[in-house]
Design a protein around this ligand. Structure first.
Ligand code: URA
Length: 206
């Protein structure tokens, strides 16, 4: 597994706005869209392209189009906040949904909703889950998605904890992780420190 930490001044700037407890949901959503767009830039770097001739107003030249089809899979609920920029940026994208609920006491994830596009086989799957904490949810989601034979699976998150990175790496060494930051550790309640709190609560004002 490869961990890609997106080291960029804009990512650092927007991550700070997300971390700040004074940031209200309106701004949080706006900044979340921006930072996800920046992460997607890296997470799509290896997509294949196909070239074809086009006419500019002046002459013929070689154009390119993205040839890989991406299936984006947000993990409910917080992953929903990542879908907007994915739909705006990625050509040919389809979206599936996985609902995994984390038991607050044991931090074990169980599935309560799955709705996936019919054609995952051979495609690039992009799991969207903003906080990689224990890794339990990501591991379950990847396990489920691999049953459909995707070409590859990658995870886009905002903040990753060392515990989650290690657990995901052990369970699925082929999965690439794209994140804005690797934080220090989990607390006793399995929240990431320093983190930014509950991403879903911050996003939706709950
Ligand atoms: N999920 C969150 O939203 N925040 C954390 O810190 C951990 C899991």
């Amino acid at each position: 597994m490869t961990l890609h930490l997106v080291d960029h001044p804009l990512v650092a700037h927007y991550l700070t706005r997300l971390r700040d407890r004074e940031t209200e949901p309106d701004e949080f959503r706006e900044v979340s869209d921006k930072i996800i767009t920046l992460l997607l830039y890296e997470a799509t770097r290896d997509l294949r392209t196909r070239s074809y001739p086009i006419q500019t107003p002046l002459e013929e030249t070689k154009g390119h189009e993205v040839d890989d089809h991406v299936v984006a899979v947000p993990i409910l609920r917080a992953g929903l906040g990542l879908v907007g920029p994915v739909l705006k940026l990625l050509p040919h994208v389809t979206v599936g949904y996985i609902g995994l609920e984390r038991d607050e006491r044991t931090a074990v994830a169980s599935r309560y909703y799955v709705k996936l596009p019919p054609d995952i086989h051979g495609k690039v799957v992009m799991v969207l889950d903003p906080m990689l904490a224990t890794g339990g949810t990501a591991i379950k989601a990847v396990e489920l998605l691999k049953e459909y034979g995707p070409a590859s699976v990658r995870l886009v998150c905002v903040v990753a904890a060392p515990e989650g990175i290690e657990a995901l790496q052990a369970a699925h060494p082929d999965v690439q992780i794209f994140a804005a930051a690797k934080d220090r550790q989990l607390n006793a309640q399995k929240y990431i420190l320093p983190g930014l709190g509950d991403y879903g609560d911050r996003l939706f004002g709950t």
